[in-house]
Every structure is written in structure tokens, then in C-alpha cells.
Design a protein around this ligand. Structure first.
Ligand SMILES: O=P(O)(O)OC[C@H]1O[C@H](O[C@H]2O[C@H](CO)[C@@H](O)[C@H](O)[C@H]2O)[C@H](O)[C@@H](O)[C@@H]1O
Ligand SMILES: O=c1ccn([C@@H]2O[C@H](COP(=O)(O)OP(=O)(O)O)[C@@H](O)[C@H]2O)c(=O)[nH]1
Length: 783
């Protein structure tokens, strides 16, 4: 299979450029996890778009730099005057601290020249500049993979320009809990933009869960196991824990010059155990906490003084931001104090280096360290942990790893996991690592080495790209396609030609007057059928070749009241109950359905109803709906967000339920209660009871205003089409035999009302159109 060309977009290119003459440039490799990870990408024709680390204002310089970078597969983005407020400001002083649970600093210029707004404006401008460069280099079929919080608006700009572009977005940092995320003033716009991507990836399940939760709480939209659903468009959210390129580390640590370095360092540190720290000098890495824990260890373990040292490589980063400079000073002070307290003429306990080290020396240090100490207060992944594991040689070192690093979830089994805020706990872990038996060290290392070897960067990239490919090539089914206008002429013509027709009609928004559509979801007993429909429906149902089913979320009594006089089937509560209007209701619930959560949800709904004037809720046997259409709109939305938090934290935390957000409603129903899942049970019963059905169903018209998972009803019949438009399946629809349903593609019409993205193939604008269509079917049938 040929792979699509890949356009990687990230804030920084893998190199920083330095001007050496009017038309000449030199380059230095960047450090940092993102660059390390993406450099490991193999097997894709890749173009990398990003900032070259310098601002260039003259045309000659820009041209020369672009040419030099092109040889490395890189394309520069010139940010010029927006760079400072964008990069140092919005990205690193607002988004970065919020994403790492530190909270954003207060607006930090008293004279008002730099504000949240001015930084956000710069962020928007910068994302536009990134967009312009991608647009210039994009070729049809390319995959655009956007990286990190620096380009959160880019997916939206790309999709607005070309909705067919394949766009993925991956976040390398944590995504915080919605409680933290919602402090961000531009929270909604950023989420909305990310949701335009086809695939959104995170390092851990926690980050993905937080993101989905933020979408639900802040945007008030629905989530399913497939991802986040907005207006029928599903954005897939998935977990892709990043790895390293293990062979690069393993083979480097075997090179003769690296072995030489190992000997040299062992000699330099003779008589002392080596605890290694490798971090960018960033407040999220918890360097002060690391030093305090080491100080505590020396304080409490006199025997170890002079016999253990901490070597900290503190790679300079983001010097343009005051907070970073302050933290550097704080670390220097701490190191001075500890070295003063516990140093001797022949040795000091901490060696702190404000620099990066060459790769071969880094590998040598990893290889000989007795322990690696990672105390990140929050960290997306932390690749350093994996690199240490890959380089370990004869006597294995111990990984002491913060539980707040994403790596804690992948490498926890072979590490000593610590809470870096608990100085005593980290100090104890240092002791445990230094005293650990060789067998235990070997055992732990083996577990992690196995993981690191098999979870490479390549694997990570392949997984992401394969998933994206799967989504985009299967896009119509998975993401909801853009439906076509219903070809009403064909609908009528095929109807006339067929012998056994099935019409599946929703109720709310389909058969009710147009201005009472979704808004009235949950209005239950008050809903009434469209005034022009009643007689037309009766006529439609009187044709012996036509079977009509009204399939609604509403309760039995609602359907009885509206359709009791028609000769049709009624499926209430999403098909949990079924009756022909000439007979009694029968239960069609799946066996062993767990409804234990209902009482708890009812309590939460009651609580919010009492506190939200104008709202009310309704319960049925399998679902509950809270409706706030008549409440103050803003307040109702805010209450709905809070309600969702209460529900997820309490009664539905472990329950098999779906939560569906309507425009003014929150609905909770049992997981298997979707219209599509009910179809199989319903059709069986309908055919069984309908003795006059002597030939298979050869025409299906399914019209609804269905939300979220209920859209599965549109695809229920698709596997059975004899000429398939879409992928998958053969034979009959789901588990219904071809003696019951035998459909041709041209005889199946799935229709959504008023939707821009849907699993249905066609759309109608409103229920007025449904009235017209039914009128046409009747009129032509009579003629
Ligand atoms: O370019 P810098 O400002 O020096 O920062 C380097 C990168 O740091 C962050 O990296 C993250 O990505 C790693 C790989 O996924 C992950 O292991 C680590 O936990 C993260 O912090 C940042 O997200 C990048 O934008 C920076 O380029
Ligand atoms: O002197 C150094 C020290 C570290 N690194 C690299 O910087 C990356 C740090 O990535 P990590 O995920 O641990 O954290 P980040 O800095 O991205 O937050 C690792 O690949 C290290 O090998 C480097 O290039 N030079």
C-alpha cells in the first residue's frame, strides 16, 4: 500500500537556524521530546513545517534559509513580530501552565500593553501564518499532522479551506481536567477547532478522558465510545503513547567511543553511586522538589554522604520567560545550599549543569547511572525515562518515576513510582533504589526494556497514521457524511415499483411541526403530530403493501395519543416497547438490562430541576430526560454542564449508559437502547405478526431527526444492499435474513432532517417536507 505524503506541523523545526552571512545559515539540532520523537519517523515521505528558531525580516535571508532547510525536508514559518506574544506569551505562559495544572499567571504588564487578548490575537495570527504555509505546500492526498498546543486553531483553518483534507492533531503535553481547562478564556474556540480534525490523539487515557469531558462540559456536546459527536460529525479521540527509537539508543551505547565515555565517567565518579537527572529547566519538571528530596535523603542517611551524587543535566529552555529565569535562580540557590551542607573537600553531592550534553555522552551517562530520578510535577510522557531504560548495561539502574508523568502509566511496572510533592516519599525511594538487590533491579529492568523495545516512535506514528487513514478512507460511515438532498422523484418511483415497503419514521422533529423540533425533545406528553399529517398518515398506512413504524424516544402514551388511530406499528422508548395499533404493547428489551442507575440519575435531575426555574424532567422505563428549554438559556446551559459533572462523578460513573445532549436537554439512557440496536428485534416481531408479508421487504424509507448513537438506524440496512455504496458486510442487514429483507441500493433511502453531517445519505429541510413527501407517495399510489 502506498503511504500518503505526510506534512508534519509543529511550532519548532528539528533545527534552530543561525545566520552566518547574508545568504548563509548554519543549523543546530534542537533538544526536547517532540523533536526526538518526530525525528524517529521512518517510512513516510515527510515535509516538516515549523519555526526555524529565528526571525528573519529580509527577503534575501528568508530565501536562503528556505533553500537550506529544503535540503533537510523542512519548510520555515516566519512569525516575525507576532512571535513573542504568540510563543513566549500565549503558548508558553498561558497554555503550557494551564495544561500542566499550574494555572495561568495574572496579566503581567501593568500598563496593559500585554494582555490575554493581545496574546490570543497573536496566537490566532500565528496559526493563520502556519495555515498559509501549509496551504502553499499541500498536495491533494497529503495527510496533515498538527502537533501540540501551539497550533490548536490550525485544524479549523485547514478544514475551512478544504473539508476533504486529512487532518490529525496530537497533544504532547497533558490535557488537564476540565476544572483546570475551563479557566482558559478562549476555551471554547480552541476545543471547537480541535474537533474539526479527523483524529485527535493523546499520550494517556486520562488526557483523552479529560478532553472528552471538557467538550461535554464546556461545549455541551455528546460523546460516544467512538469520540466526540458534534452536529452528527464524529471526531475520533484515541490514545497513542509515544515511544523512542530504541535501536538508536541501544546501538549508540555500544559504540567504542561511548564505551570510552562510560569508562571515563565511571572513573570520574569512582566510589560514588550516580543518580542522574535529565530535564529541560522547566518548572513542570519539579527540579526544586528533586533537590529537596535529595537533601532529605542526605539528611536522614548519614552513611550515604560522600557515597552518592546527583548529576542533573538542566537543559536551558524558554529563557525569554521571567518565571523560567526565576526557577533557574531558585535551583542554583538550592544546589548551593545542599552542596554547602553536605559537600566535602573531595566531593560535592549535586552537580548541576545548565546546558545540554552531546548525544553520545548522554547515552554513556544513561548507561552507567545507578538510578534515574524523574520528579515531573506534570509531564506529557517523559521520553528520558525510556531512553534510560534502553541504554542500561551490565548492572541495571533503577527508574524512580513521577506518577504525574505520562510515562508512569507505561513504565510504572518496572519503576519506583513516586509523588514528587511528597519529599519524604521521594527520599525513601532514593534509598530503596540504592539498596535494591541486583536480582530485583534486573527484574524491573526486564519489564521496562521489553516495553520500550516494542513501543517505538515508529509504532506510535504508524498507529496514528493507520487510524487516521482508516477514519478518512471510511469517513462517510464513521464520521457522518455530508448528505445529499433527497431525490424525491426516485423515492416515489421506487415506492410505486416495490411490493413490500417498510417506512420507519421518527416522531420529534420528523412528524411534529417544524418549529417544535429538537427543542422539544423531552417535552414528552405535550408533543403533537404535524396538523397536516394526520389524514395523510392514515392514508399511507391503509395500503396493504406498506408497513409504517413510528420509532421514537418518547413513551408509549405519547405514541398512543398521536397515532392510536392509524394502522401502523409504534415503537416507544427507542424500540424497547412495540405494538401494532390493533394490539397490545409488548416488551422488546434486551435480556439482563441493568437499570440500577435510574434512581441515582433521577436524584440528580430532581436536584437541578429544583434549582433551575422553568426546567422539568421526564422518566420512562429505560431513560430520563431533563429539559431546560423554558429556563433562562445561559443559566440552563451552565446548569447542564454542572449536571453532567455530577452525573459522571456519581450515578453513571460505572453504569452502561449513554448521555445525549440535545440543544436544551440532557438525556441518559441505557447503553443498548439505540434505535439501530432495536431494529433487529422489531423487524423480527413485525414480520412474524404480519401474515400478509409473503415476500421480503424490498423498499425501505427511514426518516428521522435522530441524534448521536441513534443514527445507527440509518446504517442498519446498509449491509443488506445488493449493490453497496459503502464498505463492509454482505447478505442481510445485521442479523435479519434475506427472506425477510432483500433490498437493492436504489430502494433504500435514509433521510435526516436538518443535518449537515449524518450517517443518513439524504436530508430534508424540515417536517414540512415530510408532509409533502407523504402526500406525493399517496397521490401517485392512487393514480
Ligand atoms: O521546544 P522547547 O520549548 O524546548 O520544548 C521542547 C518540547 O517540550 C514539550 O514536549 C512534550 O513532548 C514530549 C514527547 O511527546 C513529551 O514526552 C513531553 O512530556 C512533553 O513535554 C512540548 O510539548 C513541545 O512543544 C516542546 O517542543
Ligand atoms: O542534553 C540533552 C538532554 C536531553 N535531550 C533530549 O530531550 C528530550 C526530552 O524529552 P522529554 O519527553 O523527556 O521531555 P520534554 O523536554 O520534551 O518536555 C529527550 O529526548 C532527551 O534525549 C537532549 O536532546 N539533550
Amino acid at each position: 500500500m502506498t503511504r500518503p505524503r505526510l506534512i508534519v506541523v509543529s511550532m519548532s523545526l528539528p533545527v534552530t537556524a543561525k545566520r552566518t552571512g547574508e545568504e548563509s545559515w548554519s543549523f543546530a539540532m534542537n533538544s526536547g521530546g517532540l523533536v526526538s520523537a518526530l525525528l524517529g519517523l521512518k517510512g513516510f515521505e515527510t515535509k516538516w513545517i515549523g519555526w526555524p528558531g529565528v526571525d528573519v525580516y529580509d527577503v534575501v535571508g528568508k530565501k536562503a534559509l528556505s533553500t537550506a532547510l529544503a535540503e533537510k525536508g523542512c519548510i520555515p514559518v516566519f512569525l516575525e513580530e507576532v512571535c513573542d506574544q504568540y510563543f513566549n506569551g500565549y503558548c508558553n505562559n498561558i497554555l503550557w501552565p494551564i495544561f500542566h495544572y499550574m494555572g495561568a499567571p495574572p496579566e503581567y504588564r501593568d500598563d496593559g500593553t500585554i494582555t490575554y487578548q493581545s496574546q490570543y490575537d497573536a496566537y490566532k495570527k500565528a496559526n493563520r501564518i502556519f495555515f498559509d504555509v501549509v496551504k502553499e505546500h499541500y498536495q491533494e492526498g497529503d495527510v496533515v499532522w498538527c502537533h501540540d498546543y501551539h497550533v490548536m486553531l490550525l485544524p479549523q483553518y485547514l478544514k475551512e479551506y478544504n473539508s476533504k483534507m486529512n487532518v490529525g492533531w496530537f497533544l504532547h503535553t497533558p490535557f488537564p481536567s476540565s476544572e483546570m481547562y475551563k479557566t482558559l478564556p478562549s476555551r471554547s474556540e480552541l476545543l471547537r477547532s480541535i474537533l474539526t480534525a479527523d483524529l485527535v490523539g493523546f499520550h494517556t487515557y486520562d488526557f483523552a478522558r479529560h478532553f472528552v469531558n471538557a467538550c461535554m462540559c464546556i461545549l455541551g456536546i455528546d460523546a460516544t465510545s467512538e469520540g466526540v459527536v458534534d452536529q452528527g460529525k464524529v471526531t475520533q479521540v484515541a490514545v497513542f503513547p509515544i515511544g523512542i527509537e530504541p535501536e538508536r539508543f541501544i546501538s549508540t551505547s555500544e559504540l567504542p567511543e561511548v564505551v570510552q565515555y562510560m569508562k571515563k565517567f565511571k572513573n570520574d565518579f569512582a566510589g560514588r553511586k550516580l543518580i542522574l537527572g535529565v530535564d529541560r529547566m522547566d518548572f513542570v519538571k519539579g527540579l526544586p522538589q528533586k533537590y529537596q528530596a535529595f537533601e532529605k535523603f542526605l539528611e536522614e542517611n548519614e552513611d550515604w554522604r560522600g557515597k552518592v551524587m546527583l548529576l542533573q543535566i538542566a537543559v536551558p529552555t524558554r529563557n525569554g520567560i521571567g518565571e523560567y529565569r526565576k526557577m533557574k535562580d531558585q535551583c542554583h540557590k538550592l544546589v548551593g545550599r545542599i552542596n554547602g551542607r553536605f559537600g566535602s573537600i573531595s566531593s560535592v553531592p549535586i552537580t548541576h549543569l545548565d546546558c545540554s550534553v552531546p548525544f553520545d555522552q548522554l547515552c554513556a551517562l544513561y548507561a552507567i547511572a545507578d538510578a534515574l530520578l524523574v520528579t515531573s510535577l506534570r509531564d506529557g510522557m517523559n521520553l528520558v525515562s525510556s531512553e534510560f531504560v534502553a541504554c542500561q548495561k551490565e548492572e541495571k539502574g533503577v527508574l524512580i518515576l513521577s506518577e504525574f508523568a505520562g510515562a508512569g502509566q507505561s513504565l510504572g511496572a518496572g519503576a519506583l513510582l513516586v509523588n514528587p510533592w511528597n519529599i519524604k516519599e521521594v527520599s525513601n525511594a532514593i534509598g530503596e533504589a540504592l539498596n535494591m538487590s541486583p536480582e530485583e533491579k534486573e527484574r524491573k529492568h526486564k519489564i521496562n526494556f521489553q516495553y520500550v523495545k516494542t513501543h517505538s516512535t515508529q509504532q506510535w506514528a504508524d498507529d496514528f497514521m493507520n487510524k487516521l487513514n482508516e477514519i478518512t478512507s471510511n469517513g462517510e460511515l464513521q464520521n457522518g457524511n455530508v448528505p445529499h438532498e433527497l431525490p424525491q422523484h426516485d423515492v416515489v418511483q421506487q415506492y410505486l415499483k416495490s411490493n413490500n415497503r417498510l417506512l420507519i419514521l421518527g416522531f420529534c422533529g420528523t412528524l411534529t411541526p417544524p418549529n417544535k423540533n429538537q427543542e422539544k425533545r423531552g417535552e414528552g406528553m405535550n408533543l403533537e403530530v404535524h396538523p397536516h399529517l394526520h389524514e395523510r398518515l392514515k392514508e399511507l398506512c391503509s395500503d396493504p403493501k406498506t408497513t409504517v413504524v413510528v420509532l421514537s424516544r418518547g413513551p408509549k402514551s405519547l405514541l398512543d395519543k398521536n397515532f392510536g388511530e392509524c394502522n401502523m406499528w409504534l415503537a416507544a422508548e427507542n424500540g424497547m416497547f412495540l405494538r401494532h395499533t390493533s394490539g397490545e404493547w409488548v416488551t422488546k428489551m434486551p435480556e439482563h438490562m441493568n437499570l440500577d442507575w435510574i434512581d441515582g440519575v433521577k436524584q440528580v435531575f430532581k436536584y437541578f430541576t429544583e434549582r433551575t426555574p422553568g426546567s422539568y424532567f421526564e422518566t420512562s422505563e429505560t431513560s430520563l430526560v431533563w429539559n431546560y428549554q423554558s429556563a433562562d438559556a445561559e443559566f440552563g446551559r451552565a446548569q447542564a454542564r454542572d449536571m453532567l459533572q455530577h452525573l459522571w462523578a456519581g450515578p453513571i460513573s460505572n453504569a452502561s449508559v449513554d448521555v445525549v445532549r440535545g440543544d436544551n436537554s440532557v438525556e441518559v439512557h441505557a447503553v443498548s437502547v439505540t434505535k439501530g440496536s432495536a431494529m433487529e428485534r422489531l423487524i423480527g416481531e413485525i414480520v412474524l405478526q404480519n401474515k400478509s408479508m409473503t415476500t421480503p421487504i424490498d423498499y425501505v424509507l427511514c426518516i428521522g431527526n435522530f441524534l448521536g448513537k441513534d443514527e445507527d438506524v440509518y446504517t442498519f440496512f446498509e449491509p443488506g444492499l445488493s449493490k453497496k455504496r459503502k464498505s463492509s458486510g454482505n447478505g442481510s442487514p445485521k442479523k435479519v435474513s434475506s427472506t425477510v429483507v432483500d433490498l437493492k441500493e436504489e430502494n433504500y433511502f435514509s433521510v435526516a432532517i436538518e443535518k449537515t453531517h449524518t450517517k443518513a445519505s439524504y436530508f430534508l429541510d424540515s417536517s414540512d417536507d415530510v408532509v409533502q413527501l407523504i402526500h406525493k407517495l399517496n397521490a401517485h399510489n392512487k393514480a
